[in-house]
Design a binder for this molecule. Structure first.
Ligand code: ASP
Length: 329
């Protein structure tokens, strides 16, 4: 008579210990590229790190509260989209026509639900519309005028004039790209990628990943990169999540985000080995470059890149956190 409740109590105590043991993790990036100390002033570096930390805090507050990985990555990405420092939302790069076309996607690992948008011109936070596509439509991806028309039906989606995304820094980058093109020199897509991304693990052990971008400077003809393509620039399943940044055409051709998680799922590769093999192996073999952030259900984090720098920040399951920009950090 006494033994059953005792066992039950022990069982409850054990599961409570496990529940208390559920730890969260969050990793974000704000683009890989040629980011060198001599080109980044002390003040600019401070401002970039401040915004990386703000994005980390926004996502981490959700996770600490017991919120979902999906809410956490959304919160982090909105902060990065609002920051003029990064190529997503405010501060997005200019396309060849002198405007902006924004792409974003989001994915929830354990349900494999996903939402994506491409070629937006007036949606202030593309990640929010990507999530709305996932949650309030039967579709996964909407593009251009159709996506904007869908946004018209959703009062919770904030709209802005297309020039709201403008910044002087990005205009100078467009002018430089045009100068190079007129001089017959090859464009340098690797100079700076500023796509933003976030991957989170919540207390329930669920993973979500999100990616948002203005694409690449001087892009034309409705070009869409990897960021809104599920499996290329973004992926989450029940054991692994990835967000990429880099030369999007190569990330699409290498199915980067899915390939990393597939190596973990099918071959049992460690997250670090899988991320390294894809970013520094497959992408480079094709002639591309960039980086990625990846997170697995044990809270392991990988942040490989093959450019001189990648804006990145993380909070590990043990609570330790950091920001880094350059290769030697
Ligand atoms: N991957 C993005 C694209 O090709 C660029 C970036 O990472 O900044 O659109």
């Amino acid at each position: 008579m006494v033994r059953i409740p005792l066992l039950l109590a022990l069982g409850l105590a054990t599961s409570a210990a496990f529940a208390g043991d559920t730890r969260t993790a969050l990793v974000i990036h704000a683009g890989a590229g040629v980011i060198e100390r001599k080109a980044l002033s002390v003040d600019d570096e401070r401002a970039v790190r401040k915004d990386l930390n703000r994005a980390l805090d926004a996502g981490n507050a959700v996770l600490e509260d017991g919120g979902s990985a999906l809410d956490a990555v959304t919160a982090s990405i909105v902060v990065l989209e609002e920051s003029p420092w990064f190529n997503a939302g405010k501060g997005a790069v200019f396309n060849a026509a002198g405007g902006h076309e924004l792409d974003a996607s989001i994915m929830e690992g354990h349900t494999r639900r996903a939402g994506a948008v491409a070629g937006l011109t007036t949606v202030r936070n593309p990640i929010r519309l990507a999530r709305t596509v996932m949650e309030h439509s039967p579709h996964v991806m909407m593009a251009g005028a159709g996506a904007e028309a869908f946004a018209d039906t959703r009062p919770e989606i904030s709209r802005v004039r297309p020039d709201w995304f403008d910044t002087d820094r990005r205009r100078e980058q467009l002018e430089e790209a045009r100068r190079l093109e007129n001089a017959g020199q090859a464009a340098k897509p690797s100079t700076y990628f500023g796509t933003v991304g976030a991957v989170a693990l919540d207390k329930q052990g669920h993973i979500a990943a999100a990616t948002s971008t203005g694409g690449m400077t001087n892009k034309r003809y409705g070009r869409v990169g990897d960021a809104p393509i599920i499996g290329a620039g973004n992926w989450a399943d029940d054991r692994c999540g990835v967000s990429g940044t880099g030369w999007g055409e190569f990330y699409i051709r290498a199915a980067v985000a899915h390939d990393i998680c597939a190596r973990v799922a099918y071959r049992g590769d460690s997250l670090a080995a899988a991320a390294e093999a894809v970013v520094n192996g497959e992408v480079v073999k094709l002639g591309g470059n960039g980086g990625a952030i990846a997170l697995d259900r044990d809270g392991n984090i990988a942040m490989p890149f093959n450019t001189s720098g990648m804006y990145r920040a993380w909070i590990k399951p043990d609570g330790s956190r950091g920001t880094a920009i350059f290769r030697d950090e």
